[in-house]
Design a protein around this ligand. Structure first.
Ligand SMILES: C[S@@+](CC[C@H](N)C(=O)[O-])C[C@H]1O[C@@H](n2cnc3c(N)ncnc32)[C@H](O)[C@@H]1O
Length: 259
């Protein structure tokens, strides 16, 4: 069997929605809409009133959340650095009447000014910014992209999660037309989490496709300092979709911020 190394998500894109089928994106999007509405974004009035809400999703992946915001009546732009993920997102979006505008871009190329009522970045995507300086750069770009008083919702994978679930573990999965092995490592000295995927896809017979994903695990203190530095004010920190405040055992922390 030939082994080939490809960029993160280049091959995973094809099976991403199946590998992530345990994630309740409808509920997660409902949570995002609820926190936005509670802080003044008029999502409930979209269907009846002549109002527009502009949303940007950063690292949108295969576009599930962006699509749900579009279906709610928002104008949605959504980008991801992986062309393969954007290809899947566009294919899914073609079934939506007012589809999101999906495009390929890097976090650090975001260059919009006062365009959006709200910006989203979900599912550990921020952790792909592996250097603290990059995190600050991205957050300041998000701030610039927001309208005055605009909202930014994002989440991080916690160190507790990395130590508990992603340290020296191996996961195997399979479904129609694919199988994969995922090897997880956490390097506490560098606060880096690494996921190595080895995939076999029926449409690429005889090939073992490898992807190496690196993520930086930030403490909530580091995130708070970075947000303060770029003048994004934290409105809520929550550990789950019921909006409970984070405990030391939180696996994920959501930050809702206002420009
Ligand atoms: C775990 S996935 C989450 C995708 C989507 N937000 C979701 O909830 O399913 C992380 C995403 O971050 C994207 N990503 C990683 N590094 C990026 C970067 N530098 N700029 C933009 N997107 C990036 C990946 O391509 C991938 O789609």
């Amino acid at each position: 069997m030939n082994s080939s190394r490809v960029a993160p998500y280049e091959a995973l894109a094809e099976i991403y929605d199946q590998v992530m089928s345990h994630v309740d994106y409808v509920r997660w999007t409902g949570f995002a809409m609820e926190v936005f509405a509670d802080h003044g974004i008029p999502l409930a009035e979209l269907m009846t009133a002549k109002t527009d809400v502009k949303i940007l999703e950063c690292a949108c992946g295969t576009g599930t959340v962006a699509g749900l915001f579009s279906m709610q009546g928002c104008s949605v732009d959504a980008f991801d650095s992986s062309p393969a993920m954007i290809e899947v997102a566009r294919a899914k979006g073609s079934a939506i009447s007012r589809a999101p505008h999906f495009y390929v871009a890097d976090f650090l190329a975001l260059d919009a000014e006062e365009c959006y009522d709200a910006v989203l970045c979900l599912y550990d995507s921020v952790n792909y910014l592996t250097k603290p300086g990059q995190l600050v750069d991205f957050l300041s770009r998000v701030r610039r992209a927001l309208k005055p008083d605009g909202l930014f919702l994002f989440d991080i994978c916690t160190e507790f999660n990395s130590r508990l679930n992603f340290s020296g573990r191996k996961e195997e999965g399979q479904g129609p037309g694919y199988h994969y092995i995922r090897r997880m490592r956490f390097y506490p000295d560098k606060m880096i989490q690494e996921n190595q995927f080895e995939m076999g896809l029926d449409d690429r017979p005889g090939e073992l496709i490898c992807e190496r994903h690196r993520q930086r695990i930030y403490t909530t203190g580091e995130i708070r300092r970075a947000l303060k530095q770029v003048k994004l004010m934290i409105l809520e920190e929550t550990e789950d979709l019921d909006r409970h405040p984070p405990t030391p055992e939180a696996l994920r922390v959501h930050f809702l911020c206002r420009r």
